[in-house]
Ligand binder design. Structure first.
Ligand code: AKG
Ligand code: FE2
Length: 377
């Protein structure tokens, strides 16, 4: 070992003598409040899993497809649906602009989320829970009960369905959090339903939105979407002294139907595209929307649930808010029969939310393993 590496390892050890292992379960924000200046070993990824930061002058020109929600609702819907379908097939992701949600609702939600992470650890820790189905859950890493290497993120998860049942459990501090999250969850749910309608239409499952309302057939399913579950996840990624040794969230795909993600102005989200990691540039007042595992299954593999991960920043902390939407807890997810024929045989087994929860609770995180377990070979 070179003297420089020996010195680095010694420094890591010294700082870690001050930390006991249970401290890692208190979260990254807590570690930063303790004043660490090095990433503890618990967070250091094996060399091959570490991110490579794009060189300043080597920034790629990657642009995620942009879908204009106003265009989707207007006379040019057919054209917008084609772009939507192309984005879901080729990227699994798109940015939605002109979505109609008031800027103030978005700012209020981000601000309330940020304030939650500024509370004292004692206050935050009231919401820690190992129960994956708890209506509110404050925690850290990806799956802190299973992860061998921790990741550099703390989270607050708020179950939103049905709102009247879960609301009394949500944090009462900061005082504005409940109201901001109620408004935000209702508005994102409405937007989600509108996007689902467009997605069904783009898959050729209805000629027009009007048919979706009138035909019972496959489209009583819209009702199922309306009754579906919604989870708000406030992700907090404190600034990190050695961002090239760790990740905010390791590569994963989202399990549900669609995720509507709000990122603040600090970039960090990367998606896997054509075999490389590309950074999603934040567009102010837009949503990043991605296809989840359930939509990949429902579309029989036509729309892709794509791996993504989060880089952390050496000087800025970052907040993102993911609104994860799925079918109701007990519903079966299966390829739509209309998308299966001789040329496109069924490619996935039926699945339900309960088996997903069971799967992740008992497996260490590894990329797309849940979806892989549902594939018919
Ligand atoms: O923070 C981000 O940009 C992504 C978060 C994410 O992937 C998730 O919450 O599933
Ligand atoms: Fe995700």
């Amino acid at each position: 070992m070179s003297p420089a590496i020996v010195l680095e390892v010694q420094t890591h050890y010294k700082e870690e003598e001050l930390l006991e292992s249970h401290e890692f379960h208190k979260g990254v924000q807590h570690l930063c409040e303790r004043g660490i200046t090095k990433v503890p070993r618990k967070y250091i990824l094996p060399a091959l899993d570490r991110p490579i930061f794009p060189k300043k002058d080597g920034a790629t020109n990657f642009k995620l497809p942009i879908i204009d929600f106003a265009q989707l609702q207007g006379p040019d819907r057919i054209h917008a649906l084609k772009s939507l379908s192309k984005a879901c097939e080729e990227y699994g992701f798109f940015q939605l602009i002109n979505h109609g949600i008031a800027c103030q609702s978005i700012l209020d939600m981000i601000e309330a989320g940020r304030k939650f992470f500024e509370l004292s650890f004692e206050e935050r820790s009231k919401y820690m829970s190992k129960d994956m189905r708890a209506p509110v859950r404050y925690g850290t890493s990806f799956n802190q009960n299973k992860d061998r290497v921790f990741c550099w993120r703390d989270f607050l998860k708020l179950d939103c369905h049905p709102l009247s049942d879960v609301l009394p459990y949500w944090p009462s501090s900061p005082t504005e959090l409940r109201q901001a999250a109620v408004n935000y969850s209702k508005e994102t749910k409405f937007l989600y339903i509108m996007v689902v309608r467009a997605i069904l239409e783009s898959l050729g499952l209805a000629e027009t939105t009007k048919d979706i309302d009138e035909n019972d057939g496959d489209h009583h399913i819209i009702k199922e979407f309306q009754d579906g579950s919604q989870l708000l996840v406030v992700n907090c990624y404190p600034s990190c002294p050695e961002p090239d040794l760790t990740l905010g969230i390791p590569p994963h795909s989202d399990y549900g139907f669609l995720t509507l993600l709000l990122q603040d102005e600090v970039k960090g989200l990367q998606i896997q595209h054509e075999g490389r990691w590309v950074t999603v540039e934040p567009i102010p007042n837009s949503f990043v929307i991605n296809v989840g595992d359930h939509l990949e299954i429902f579309s029989n593999g036509r729309y892709r649930s794509v791996l993504h991960r989060v880089l952390v920043n050496p000087s800025k902390s970052r907040i993102s808010i993911a609104s994860l939407h799925s079918l109701p807890f007990g519903s079966m997810v299966r390829p739509s029969p209309k998308l299966i024929d001789d040329a496109n045989p069924r490619r996935y087994k039926d699945t339900d939310f309960a088996s997903f929860i069971e799967y992740i609770a008992s497996h260490e995180h590894r990329s797309k393993n849940f979806l892989d377990s549902r594939r018919l070979t």
